[in-house]
Write a protein that binds this ligand. Structure first.
Ligand SMILES: [Zn+2]
Length: 463
């Protein structure tokens, strides 16, 4: 069995539902095939989520807990890259079973020695460059480009507020170009599993969510609402072209790594840790050695533990537990303008298992819808609310800082699959790799944690 996985980063089941009458392909998924939810890991950040998808493991066993993590035994803040990935991917596992793969722009997927071809995705230093050379040459000859642009330029992302039209122009252009190249390789090359991830949905929604989600407190309908909808129509058309380009005995699955929820206010976690006496500063900067607990960005909290960090202040065991409880108790009492921003505080061992548990953040702060943690950990001055809140963050939609997975579910759909029994589909992302292996009749490695979801091939798409 051959499989095509079409990924749309952050594609939201809520928006697909909202515009279903303009999305004939997705409508057909709903009516004839399957249409359900993916449950992202915690945190539902792109690198963590796609790694969970690729490895069939929870972060405790693949080692990617966030965009930015504390490097073991140091205070260094380290950005996740494919090099920091500690587990085998679906693509490597398939190769070991003599299956060929074609992988384009999957976040956190770097160059891997594969049978087939690969263009690394987001967070890889070789983003967009095809391997092997022979494929790169083919693309150069046919499309006159040296690599694919899998994502928007950092410059354009930084100037969305000043130039939203340029942003849409660019995201539409790179999406069209990537779709064209991917379709070409889909038709011309030999593969057993073909996978490509489009980033546009994620980028658009971070900036323009308030124009499409009526539950956002700053909801406003304008031309951008239309442009976001048009992008979903593009996604529908790309999906249709993929379906039309493969034989009827190929299974095509559309999937997103997470969805989105409104972001209205952004909290700087380190300020609240400073307020309860745990973060210490020197000349306005966080003093990592003197602080008992700090956040490295998003909603993570790392304790400074004796024997674990170079200048540990907290004794492991009883004192460690007391500090974690103190943080949870005090933060849950925090009110900002009468509102409680935090939904819950989770201990690492409550959400992760495995050999990398010891390098996970000690706590994760889960935010209510409408709130999120600032991405960067820098301390800030109190603002007019007398609290440490960025009132009008650059983003109006989010998923990553840090939310309860049920608030940011992704989507999974297919016209070529059916369920063994009729029920709502909610698949944890880590179950997708074993599901794909099982559909392809490839043995699931014993250390893969996910369970194959009970889906069957549906022969006739027209019914
Ligand atoms: Zn994502």
């Amino acid at each position: 069995m051959k499989i095509v996985v079409l990924g749309f980063d952050g594609a939201s089941p809520k928006l697909i539902d909202k515009w279903i009458n303009n999305l004939p392909t997705f409508k057909a998924f709903k009516e004839k095939g399957i249409f359900g939810y993916t449950i992202p890991p915690v945190p539902a950040q792109t690198p963590v989520a796609w790694t969970t998808f690729m490895t069939g493991k929870n972060p405790g066993n693949h080692g990617i807990f966030s965009f930015a993590m504390r490097k073991k035994g140091t205070y260094e803040r380290r950005i996740a890259t494919p090099k920091t990935l500690e587990a085998k991917t679906l693509f490597q596992i398939l190769n070991e079973s003599e299956k060929k793969v074609g992988v384009i722009n999957v976040p956190m997927c770097g160059i891997q020695k594969v049978q087939g071809f690969i263009a690394p995705g987001f967070l890889s230093k070789n983003e967009g460059v095809f391997f092997p050379e022979e494929i790169r040459e083919k693309i150069r000859l046919k499309f006159d480009v040296n690599k694919i642009l899998g994502d928007l330029k950092t410059e354009t992302l930084g100037r969305v507020k000043e130039d939203p039209d340029l942003f849409f122009e660019e995201v539409n252009h790179i999406t069209d170009e990537m779709a064209e190249i991917a379709l070409y390789l889909l038709q011309k090359e030999d593969w057993d599993l073909f996978m490509t991830v489009f980033m546009g949905t994620d980028r658009i929604q971070h900036f323009f969510w308030k124009y499409v989600d009526q539950t956002h407190s700053n909801y406003e309908k304008n031309k951008y609402s239309q442009l976001v909808r048009d992008f979903y129509i593009k996604m529908d058309k790309i999906t249709e072209s993929f379906l039309n380009s493969v034989d009827e005995d190929v299974i095509t699955i559309v999937v997103s790594d997470h969805g989105f929820c409104p972001v209205e206010k952004e909290v700087v976690v380190n300020n609240y840790l400073e307020e309860i006496g745990l973060v210490k500063t020197k000349n306005g900067k966080i003093d990592l050695e003197q602080s008992k607990a700090v956040s490295y960005g998003y909603g993570d909290v790392w304790l400074n533990v004796k024997g674990r960090e170079p200048f540990g202040l907290i004794k492991p065991g009883k004192q460690y537990e007391e500090v974690r409880k103190e943080i949870a108790d005090k933060l849950m009492l925090t009110k900002i303008n009468g509102q409680v921003p935090f939904k819950d505080i989770w201990k690492r061992e409550d959400i992760y298992t495995g050999k990398y548990l010891s390098v996970a953040p000690d706590l994760l702060i889960i935010f209510k819808k409408g709130w999120q943690a600032a991405r960067n950990p820098e301390i800030m001055e109190k603002n007019e609310l007398k609290r440490y809140v960025k009132k009008n963050p650059m983003w109006s939609g989010g998923h990553d800082g840090t939310h309860d997975p049920v608030d940011v579910l992704g989507v999974i759909c297919s016209l070529d699959l059916e369920l063994e029994e009729k029920k709502e589909i909610r698949i944890p992302l880590k179950d997708l790799a074993p599901t794909i292996l099982s559909l392809m009749d490839v043995a699931i490695p014993r250390d893969m944690e996910g369970e194959p979801f009970k889906l069957h091939f549906r022969k006739d798409r027209s019914t």
